[in-house]
Design a protein around this ligand. Structure first.
Ligand SMILES: Cc1cc2nc3c(=O)[nH]c(=O)nc-3n(C[C@H](O)[C@H](O)[C@H](O)COP(=O)(O)O)c2cc1C
Length: 442
Protein backbone atom coordinates (compact mmCIF):
# COMPACT_ATOMS: atom_id res chain seq x y z
CA UNK A 1 0.00 0.00 0.00
CA UNK A 2 1.04 3.57 -0.62
CA UNK A 3 1.57 5.97 2.25
CA UNK A 4 0.18 9.45 1.77
CA UNK A 5 0.79 12.62 3.69
CA UNK A 6 -0.16 16.22 3.06
CA UNK A 7 0.98 19.65 4.19
CA UNK A 8 -1.12 21.31 6.87
CA UNK A 9 -1.48 24.92 5.76
CA UNK A 10 -4.12 27.52 5.09
CA UNK A 11 -2.78 29.11 1.89
CA UNK A 12 -2.13 26.25 -0.53
CA UNK A 13 1.13 25.27 -2.19
CA UNK A 14 1.02 27.44 -5.32
CA UNK A 15 2.59 30.87 -4.98
CA UNK A 16 -0.61 32.40 -6.39
CA UNK A 17 -2.95 30.03 -4.51
CA UNK A 18 -4.03 32.44 -1.78
CA UNK A 19 -5.23 34.93 -4.44
CA UNK A 20 -7.68 32.51 -6.03
CA UNK A 21 -11.31 33.64 -5.58
CA UNK A 22 -12.23 30.34 -3.89
CA UNK A 23 -9.29 30.35 -1.52
CA UNK A 24 -9.65 30.94 2.22
CA UNK A 25 -9.48 34.49 3.53
CA UNK A 26 -7.94 35.54 6.87
CA UNK A 27 -5.35 32.83 6.76
CA UNK A 28 -2.65 34.25 9.05
CA UNK A 29 -2.54 32.27 12.34
CA UNK A 30 -6.04 30.93 11.76
CA UNK A 31 -6.44 27.72 13.79
CA UNK A 32 -10.00 27.13 12.60
CA UNK A 33 -8.84 26.65 9.00
CA UNK A 34 -6.12 24.25 10.11
CA UNK A 35 -8.49 22.18 12.23
CA UNK A 36 -10.81 21.90 9.24
CA UNK A 37 -7.91 20.84 7.01
CA UNK A 38 -6.69 18.23 9.51
CA UNK A 39 -10.19 16.76 9.87
CA UNK A 40 -10.66 16.71 6.10
CA UNK A 41 -7.33 14.92 5.59
CA UNK A 42 -8.37 12.44 8.29
CA UNK A 43 -11.68 11.92 6.51
CA UNK A 44 -9.56 10.95 3.49
CA UNK A 45 -7.58 8.49 5.69
CA UNK A 46 -4.34 10.29 4.83
CA UNK A 47 -1.57 8.79 6.96
CA UNK A 48 -0.03 11.97 8.20
CA UNK A 49 0.03 15.73 8.16
CA UNK A 50 3.23 17.66 7.50
CA UNK A 51 4.35 21.07 8.74
CA UNK A 52 7.61 22.52 7.40
CA UNK A 53 9.36 25.07 9.56
CA UNK A 54 12.18 27.52 10.10
CA UNK A 55 13.17 30.11 12.64
CA UNK A 56 13.30 33.35 10.68
CA UNK A 57 11.22 35.63 8.49
CA UNK A 58 12.64 34.76 5.09
CA UNK A 59 13.13 36.44 1.70
CA UNK A 60 13.22 40.04 2.93
CA UNK A 61 16.08 40.54 0.45
CA UNK A 62 13.64 39.63 -2.37
CA UNK A 63 10.91 42.26 -1.80
CA UNK A 64 8.44 41.04 -4.45
CA UNK A 65 8.61 37.47 -3.17
CA UNK A 66 8.50 38.55 0.45
CA UNK A 67 5.34 40.62 -0.08
CA UNK A 68 3.70 37.82 -2.07
CA UNK A 69 3.84 35.40 0.88
CA UNK A 70 5.60 32.41 -0.58
CA UNK A 71 3.95 29.27 0.86
CA UNK A 72 7.31 27.62 1.45
CA UNK A 73 8.59 30.61 3.44
CA UNK A 74 5.65 31.54 5.66
CA UNK A 75 6.43 34.90 7.28
CA UNK A 76 3.91 34.06 10.01
CA UNK A 77 3.41 30.49 11.22
CA UNK A 78 2.58 28.51 14.35
CA UNK A 79 5.47 26.67 15.97
CA UNK A 80 4.68 23.13 14.72
CA UNK A 81 4.57 21.09 17.96
CA UNK A 82 2.45 23.78 19.62
CA UNK A 83 0.08 23.72 16.65
CA UNK A 84 -0.16 19.92 16.74
CA UNK A 85 -0.95 19.95 20.45
CA UNK A 86 -4.14 21.73 19.45
CA UNK A 87 -4.75 19.65 16.32
CA UNK A 88 -4.29 16.42 18.30
CA UNK A 89 -7.37 17.30 20.32
CA UNK A 90 -9.54 17.62 17.19
CA UNK A 91 -8.39 14.42 15.45
CA UNK A 92 -7.99 10.75 16.44
CA UNK A 93 -5.98 8.86 13.86
CA UNK A 94 -3.94 11.04 11.55
CA UNK A 95 -0.17 11.33 12.12
CA UNK A 96 1.34 14.68 13.05
CA UNK A 97 4.71 15.36 11.46
CA UNK A 98 6.51 18.48 12.71
CA UNK A 99 9.75 19.93 11.43
CA UNK A 100 12.43 20.91 13.94
CA UNK A 101 16.08 21.73 13.44
CA UNK A 102 19.09 20.06 15.01
CA UNK A 103 21.29 23.04 14.17
CA UNK A 104 19.77 25.63 16.48
CA UNK A 105 17.84 23.57 19.03
CA UNK A 106 18.87 21.55 22.08
CA UNK A 107 18.26 17.77 22.33
CA UNK A 108 16.72 17.87 25.80
CA UNK A 109 14.18 20.57 24.87
CA UNK A 110 13.29 18.95 21.57
CA UNK A 111 13.06 15.41 23.01
CA UNK A 112 10.69 16.72 25.64
CA UNK A 113 8.44 18.53 23.14
CA UNK A 114 8.07 15.47 20.91
CA UNK A 115 7.57 13.06 23.82
CA UNK A 116 4.85 15.39 25.12
CA UNK A 117 3.20 15.54 21.70
CA UNK A 118 3.28 11.75 21.44
CA UNK A 119 1.44 11.43 24.74
CA UNK A 120 -1.02 14.20 23.91
CA UNK A 121 -1.84 12.57 20.57
CA UNK A 122 -1.80 8.97 21.85
CA UNK A 123 1.12 7.92 19.68
CA UNK A 124 0.86 10.04 16.53
CA UNK A 125 3.97 12.22 16.64
CA UNK A 126 6.60 12.43 13.93
CA UNK A 127 9.75 14.56 13.77
CA UNK A 128 11.14 15.89 10.49
CA UNK A 129 14.82 16.16 11.38
CA UNK A 130 16.28 19.09 9.46
CA UNK A 131 19.63 20.82 9.62
CA UNK A 132 18.17 24.04 8.18
CA UNK A 133 17.16 25.07 4.68
CA UNK A 134 17.41 28.83 5.24
CA UNK A 135 20.81 30.31 5.96
CA UNK A 136 19.19 33.40 7.56
CA UNK A 137 18.01 31.32 10.54
CA UNK A 138 21.59 31.55 11.84
CA UNK A 139 21.20 35.28 12.53
CA UNK A 140 18.62 34.55 15.21
CA UNK A 141 21.00 32.25 17.06
CA UNK A 142 24.10 34.35 17.67
CA UNK A 143 25.73 33.70 14.30
CA UNK A 144 26.38 35.67 11.11
CA UNK A 145 26.57 32.68 8.78
CA UNK A 146 24.71 29.39 8.40
CA UNK A 147 26.64 26.49 9.93
CA UNK A 148 28.53 24.56 7.25
CA UNK A 149 26.78 21.39 5.96
CA UNK A 150 29.36 18.90 7.30
CA UNK A 151 29.26 20.40 10.77
CA UNK A 152 25.45 20.57 10.69
CA UNK A 153 25.16 16.89 9.88
CA UNK A 154 27.80 15.90 12.42
CA UNK A 155 25.86 17.76 15.11
CA UNK A 156 22.60 16.32 13.78
CA UNK A 157 23.83 12.74 14.14
CA UNK A 158 24.84 13.28 17.77
CA UNK A 159 21.62 15.22 18.40
CA UNK A 160 19.48 12.29 17.23
CA UNK A 161 21.48 9.78 19.31
CA UNK A 162 20.99 11.95 22.41
CA UNK A 163 17.25 12.25 21.77
CA UNK A 164 16.91 8.48 21.40
CA UNK A 165 18.84 8.03 24.64
CA UNK A 166 16.52 10.47 26.40
CA UNK A 167 13.43 8.79 25.01
CA UNK A 168 14.76 5.52 26.50
CA UNK A 169 14.88 7.10 29.97
CA UNK A 170 11.90 5.26 31.40
CA UNK A 171 10.54 1.73 31.23
CA UNK A 172 6.97 1.73 29.98
CA UNK A 173 5.84 0.40 33.40
CA UNK A 174 7.97 2.78 35.53
CA UNK A 175 5.05 4.73 36.96
CA UNK A 176 3.43 2.12 39.19
CA UNK A 177 1.34 4.53 41.30
CA UNK A 178 1.11 2.03 44.15
CA UNK A 179 -1.07 3.80 46.71
CA UNK A 180 -0.53 1.13 49.32
CA UNK A 181 3.28 1.19 49.39
CA UNK A 182 3.47 4.91 48.66
CA UNK A 183 5.69 4.34 45.65
CA UNK A 184 4.53 6.43 42.72
CA UNK A 185 7.37 5.17 40.55
CA UNK A 186 9.84 2.31 40.50
CA UNK A 187 13.36 3.77 40.86
CA UNK A 188 14.80 0.62 39.17
CA UNK A 189 12.91 1.46 35.98
CA UNK A 190 14.69 4.71 35.02
CA UNK A 191 17.95 5.12 33.11
CA UNK A 192 20.32 8.09 33.43
CA UNK A 193 21.88 8.83 30.05
CA UNK A 194 25.08 10.66 31.05
CA UNK A 195 25.93 11.59 27.47
CA UNK A 196 29.21 13.43 26.86
CA UNK A 197 30.05 14.04 23.20
CA UNK A 198 31.59 16.58 20.87
CA UNK A 199 28.52 18.80 20.67
CA UNK A 200 26.41 17.90 23.70
CA UNK A 201 26.71 17.06 27.36
CA UNK A 202 23.35 15.80 28.60
CA UNK A 203 22.81 13.96 31.83
CA UNK A 204 19.13 12.98 31.56
CA UNK A 205 16.80 11.32 32.29
CA UNK A 206 13.98 12.98 30.38
CA UNK A 207 11.16 14.30 32.53
CA UNK A 208 8.50 12.69 30.33
CA UNK A 209 7.43 9.03 30.65
CA UNK A 210 8.13 6.52 27.83
CA UNK A 211 6.02 7.64 24.88
CA UNK A 212 3.44 5.33 23.25
CA UNK A 213 5.51 4.99 20.05
CA UNK A 214 8.89 4.58 21.78
CA UNK A 215 10.29 7.24 19.43
CA UNK A 216 8.34 9.57 17.16
CA UNK A 217 8.32 8.47 13.52
CA UNK A 218 11.62 9.92 12.31
CA UNK A 219 11.65 11.78 9.01
CA UNK A 220 14.55 13.26 7.09
CA UNK A 221 14.48 15.50 4.04
CA UNK A 222 18.20 16.02 3.38
CA UNK A 223 19.31 14.65 0.03
CA UNK A 224 23.06 15.30 0.02
CA UNK A 225 25.47 12.43 0.73
CA UNK A 226 25.46 13.41 4.39
CA UNK A 227 21.65 13.62 4.45
CA UNK A 228 21.28 10.18 2.85
CA UNK A 229 23.79 8.58 5.22
CA UNK A 230 21.95 9.95 8.26
CA UNK A 231 18.58 8.85 6.86
CA UNK A 232 19.79 5.30 6.16
CA UNK A 233 20.80 4.98 9.79
CA UNK A 234 17.95 6.70 11.61
CA UNK A 235 14.96 7.65 9.43
CA UNK A 236 11.66 5.78 9.20
CA UNK A 237 10.58 7.94 6.26
CA UNK A 238 12.24 10.36 3.84
CA UNK A 239 10.66 13.33 2.15
CA UNK A 240 12.49 13.40 -1.18
CA UNK A 241 12.73 15.66 -4.23
CA UNK A 242 12.21 14.19 -7.69
CA UNK A 243 10.97 16.02 -10.77
CA UNK A 244 10.96 12.96 -12.99
CA UNK A 245 10.29 9.26 -12.44
CA UNK A 246 13.94 8.53 -13.34
CA UNK A 247 15.17 10.83 -10.57
CA UNK A 248 12.70 9.16 -8.23
CA UNK A 249 13.92 5.66 -9.13
CA UNK A 250 17.59 6.58 -8.70
CA UNK A 251 16.98 8.00 -5.26
CA UNK A 252 14.73 5.11 -4.22
CA UNK A 253 17.26 2.46 -5.25
CA UNK A 254 20.09 4.34 -3.60
CA UNK A 255 18.27 4.74 -0.27
CA UNK A 256 16.91 1.19 -0.09
CA UNK A 257 20.38 -0.12 -0.98
CA UNK A 258 21.93 1.64 2.01
CA UNK A 259 19.74 -0.03 4.64
CA UNK A 260 21.26 -3.52 4.84
CA UNK A 261 24.53 -2.05 6.16
CA UNK A 262 22.52 -0.90 9.20
CA UNK A 263 20.69 -4.21 9.60
CA UNK A 264 17.45 -2.64 8.40
CA UNK A 265 14.76 -4.06 6.10
CA UNK A 266 13.87 -2.12 2.90
CA UNK A 267 10.22 -1.68 3.96
CA UNK A 268 11.30 0.07 7.16
CA UNK A 269 12.32 3.21 5.30
CA UNK A 270 9.41 4.77 3.43
CA UNK A 271 10.37 7.05 0.52
CA UNK A 272 7.82 9.82 0.00
CA UNK A 273 8.59 12.42 -2.69
CA UNK A 274 6.67 15.69 -2.78
CA UNK A 275 3.95 15.90 -5.48
CA UNK A 276 1.64 18.79 -6.28
CA UNK A 277 -1.83 17.63 -7.28
CA UNK A 278 -4.05 19.46 -9.75
CA UNK A 279 -7.02 17.12 -9.87
CA UNK A 280 -10.45 18.02 -11.26
CA UNK A 281 -13.69 16.31 -12.19
CA UNK A 282 -12.33 16.57 -15.73
CA UNK A 283 -8.86 17.17 -17.10
CA UNK A 284 -9.95 20.56 -18.43
CA UNK A 285 -11.19 21.62 -14.99
CA UNK A 286 -7.76 20.78 -13.54
CA UNK A 287 -5.97 22.58 -16.36
CA UNK A 288 -8.16 25.65 -15.98
CA UNK A 289 -7.14 25.99 -12.33
CA UNK A 290 -3.51 25.51 -13.29
CA UNK A 291 -3.66 28.25 -15.97
CA UNK A 292 -5.54 30.57 -13.65
CA UNK A 293 -2.86 30.26 -10.97
CA UNK A 294 0.04 30.51 -13.41
CA UNK A 295 -1.38 33.77 -14.80
CA UNK A 296 -0.86 35.30 -11.35
CA UNK A 297 2.91 34.79 -11.53
CA UNK A 298 4.86 37.57 -13.25
CA UNK A 299 8.62 37.38 -13.94
CA UNK A 300 9.05 39.80 -11.00
CA UNK A 301 7.86 36.94 -8.77
CA UNK A 302 8.97 33.91 -10.75
CA UNK A 303 12.64 34.89 -11.05
CA UNK A 304 13.25 35.46 -7.33
CA UNK A 305 11.36 32.24 -6.52
CA UNK A 306 13.60 30.30 -8.90
CA UNK A 307 16.64 32.11 -7.39
CA UNK A 308 15.57 30.92 -3.99
CA UNK A 309 15.14 27.31 -5.12
CA UNK A 310 18.49 27.07 -6.93
CA UNK A 311 20.26 29.45 -4.54
CA UNK A 312 21.66 31.70 -7.24
CA UNK A 313 20.57 35.16 -8.37
CA UNK A 314 18.77 34.34 -11.61
CA UNK A 315 18.01 37.99 -12.42
CA UNK A 316 21.51 38.32 -13.85
CA UNK A 317 20.62 35.90 -16.68
CA UNK A 318 18.38 36.83 -19.68
CA UNK A 319 14.78 35.80 -18.97
CA UNK A 320 14.35 34.18 -22.37
CA UNK A 321 17.90 32.86 -22.59
CA UNK A 322 18.86 29.29 -21.66
CA UNK A 323 18.75 28.20 -18.04
CA UNK A 324 22.45 28.20 -17.04
CA UNK A 325 24.18 24.97 -15.97
CA UNK A 326 24.67 25.88 -12.33
CA UNK A 327 27.20 23.70 -10.66
CA UNK A 328 28.78 23.47 -7.24
CA UNK A 329 27.41 22.84 -3.81
CA UNK A 330 24.88 24.99 -2.04
CA UNK A 331 24.90 25.26 1.73
CA UNK A 332 21.13 24.97 2.14
CA UNK A 333 18.99 22.49 0.11
CA UNK A 334 21.28 20.88 -2.46
CA UNK A 335 18.62 18.72 -4.10
CA UNK A 336 16.43 21.47 -5.57
CA UNK A 337 19.32 22.97 -7.56
CA UNK A 338 20.40 19.58 -8.85
CA UNK A 339 16.96 18.31 -9.92
CA UNK A 340 15.86 21.64 -11.45
CA UNK A 341 19.02 22.12 -13.50
CA UNK A 342 18.78 18.52 -14.73
CA UNK A 343 15.19 19.05 -15.93
CA UNK A 344 16.03 22.40 -17.58
CA UNK A 345 18.94 20.84 -19.47
CA UNK A 346 17.00 17.76 -20.54
CA UNK A 347 14.19 19.88 -21.99
CA UNK A 348 16.31 22.88 -23.13
CA UNK A 349 14.34 25.33 -21.00
CA UNK A 350 14.86 29.09 -20.75
CA UNK A 351 14.96 30.82 -17.38
CA UNK A 352 11.29 31.81 -17.79
CA UNK A 353 10.26 28.29 -18.84
CA UNK A 354 12.18 26.86 -15.90
CA UNK A 355 10.35 28.90 -13.30
CA UNK A 356 7.04 28.29 -15.07
CA UNK A 357 7.79 24.56 -14.87
CA UNK A 358 9.02 24.25 -11.29
CA UNK A 359 7.15 27.00 -9.50
CA UNK A 360 3.64 25.46 -9.43
CA UNK A 361 5.03 22.41 -7.65
CA UNK A 362 7.70 24.21 -5.61
CA UNK A 363 10.47 22.15 -7.21
CA UNK A 364 8.68 18.79 -6.85
CA UNK A 365 6.79 16.75 -9.46
CA UNK A 366 3.34 17.87 -10.60
CA UNK A 367 0.46 15.54 -11.49
CA UNK A 368 -2.49 17.05 -13.36
CA UNK A 369 -5.71 15.60 -14.72
CA UNK A 370 -8.93 13.94 -13.66
CA UNK A 371 -8.73 11.38 -10.84
CA UNK A 372 -7.99 8.49 -13.20
CA UNK A 373 -5.17 10.35 -14.95
CA UNK A 374 -3.56 11.51 -11.70
CA UNK A 375 -3.90 8.04 -10.13
CA UNK A 376 -2.31 6.53 -13.28
CA UNK A 377 0.79 8.69 -12.82
CA UNK A 378 1.00 7.98 -9.09
CA UNK A 379 0.53 4.26 -9.68
CA UNK A 380 3.34 4.22 -12.24
CA UNK A 381 5.75 5.89 -9.77
CA UNK A 382 4.72 3.43 -7.07
CA UNK A 383 4.84 0.25 -9.18
CA UNK A 384 8.16 1.17 -10.82
CA UNK A 385 9.76 1.74 -7.41
CA UNK A 386 10.23 5.47 -7.58
CA UNK A 387 8.45 5.85 -4.23
CA UNK A 388 6.43 4.25 -1.41
CA UNK A 389 3.84 7.01 -1.55
CA UNK A 390 3.76 10.80 -1.72
CA UNK A 391 3.71 14.00 0.22
CA UNK A 392 0.76 15.64 -1.53
CA UNK A 393 0.50 19.41 -1.91
CA UNK A 394 -2.81 21.10 -2.67
CA UNK A 395 -2.27 24.24 -4.77
CA UNK A 396 -5.26 26.16 -3.32
CA UNK A 397 -6.92 25.79 0.07
CA UNK A 398 -9.46 24.51 0.83
CA UNK A 399 -10.58 23.38 -2.66
CA UNK A 400 -7.31 21.58 -3.47
CA UNK A 401 -7.51 19.36 -0.40
CA UNK A 402 -11.20 18.68 -0.97
CA UNK A 403 -10.40 17.55 -4.51
CA UNK A 404 -7.66 15.21 -3.23
CA UNK A 405 -9.94 13.69 -0.60
CA UNK A 406 -13.15 13.48 -2.63
CA UNK A 407 -11.80 12.68 -6.12
CA UNK A 408 -8.30 11.23 -5.94
CA UNK A 409 -8.30 9.11 -2.76
CA UNK A 410 -11.39 7.07 -3.74
CA UNK A 411 -9.74 6.27 -7.08
CA UNK A 412 -6.54 5.11 -5.33
CA UNK A 413 -8.64 3.03 -2.92
CA UNK A 414 -10.62 1.52 -5.79
CA UNK A 415 -7.31 0.32 -7.29
CA UNK A 416 -6.23 -1.20 -3.96
CA UNK A 417 -3.28 1.22 -3.80
CA UNK A 418 -4.35 3.02 -0.64
CA UNK A 419 -5.96 1.77 2.56
CA UNK A 420 -9.72 2.05 3.15
CA UNK A 421 -9.16 2.90 6.80
CA UNK A 422 -6.49 3.37 9.44
CA UNK A 423 -5.29 0.16 11.05
CA UNK A 424 -5.81 1.83 14.42
CA UNK A 425 -3.24 2.35 17.13
CA UNK A 426 -0.16 4.49 16.74
CA UNK A 427 1.21 6.20 13.64
CA UNK A 428 4.01 3.60 13.55
CA UNK A 429 1.40 0.84 13.50
CA UNK A 430 -0.55 2.59 10.77
CA UNK A 431 2.59 2.93 8.64
CA UNK A 432 3.67 -0.67 9.29
CA UNK A 433 6.85 0.49 11.02
CA UNK A 434 8.38 -1.34 13.99
CA UNK A 435 8.07 0.17 17.47
CA UNK A 436 11.58 0.58 18.88
CA UNK A 437 12.50 -1.53 21.89
CA UNK A 438 13.91 0.17 24.93
CA UNK A 439 17.51 -1.17 25.13
CA UNK A 440 17.57 -0.78 28.92
CA UNK A 441 14.25 -2.33 29.85
CA UNK A 442 12.62 -4.36 27.02
C1 LIG B 1 11.84 18.47 0.47
C2 LIG B 1 12.62 19.15 1.55
C3 LIG B 1 11.96 19.79 2.58
C4 LIG B 1 12.67 20.44 3.59
N1 LIG B 1 12.01 21.10 4.59
C5 LIG B 1 12.72 21.82 5.47
C6 LIG B 1 12.07 22.61 6.46
O1 LIG B 1 10.86 22.64 6.57
N2 LIG B 1 12.84 23.34 7.31
C7 LIG B 1 14.21 23.32 7.26
O2 LIG B 1 14.86 24.01 8.04
N3 LIG B 1 14.85 22.56 6.35
C8 LIG B 1 14.15 21.83 5.47
N4 LIG B 1 14.80 21.08 4.55
C9 LIG B 1 16.27 21.06 4.60
C10 LIG B 1 16.89 19.70 4.85
O3 LIG B 1 16.30 19.01 5.87
C11 LIG B 1 18.37 19.81 5.05
O4 LIG B 1 18.60 20.30 6.31
C12 LIG B 1 18.98 20.67 3.97
O5 LIG B 1 18.39 20.34 2.79
C13 LIG B 1 20.44 20.48 3.76
O6 LIG B 1 20.75 19.18 3.50
P1 LIG B 1 20.80 18.48 2.08
O7 LIG B 1 21.73 19.28 1.27
O8 LIG B 1 21.29 17.15 2.51
O9 LIG B 1 19.47 18.43 1.43
C14 LIG B 1 14.09 20.43 3.54
C15 LIG B 1 14.75 19.77 2.50
C16 LIG B 1 14.03 19.13 1.52
C17 LIG B 1 14.79 18.45 0.43
Amino acid sequence: MMNLMTGLGAIGGHLGGWRHPRSWKNTAMNLDHLVWAAKTAERGKIDMLFVADGNAVRQMDKPELFAANSPSDRPTAFEPTTLYSAISQHTDQIGLMATATTTYDEPYLLARRFASLDHLSKGRSSWNIVTGSYPGDSKNFGRDEHVDRLERYERSEEFVEVCKGLWDSWAADAFIEDQESGRYLDPERVHVLNHVGKHFKVQGPLNVARMPQGYPVLFLAGQSEQGRALAAKHADCVFSVANTIEQGKDYYADMKGRLAAHGRAPEHLRVLPGATIFVGRTESEARELYEELQSLISPALGVPYLSKLVEEDMSKYPLDGPMPALSGETNAISSFRKTIVEVAQKDNLTVRETYERVLPSMGHVLFLGDAVQVADQMEQWYREEACDGFNLAAPVMPIGLEAIVDLLIPELQRRGLFHEDYRGGTLRENLGLPTPKNPYFD
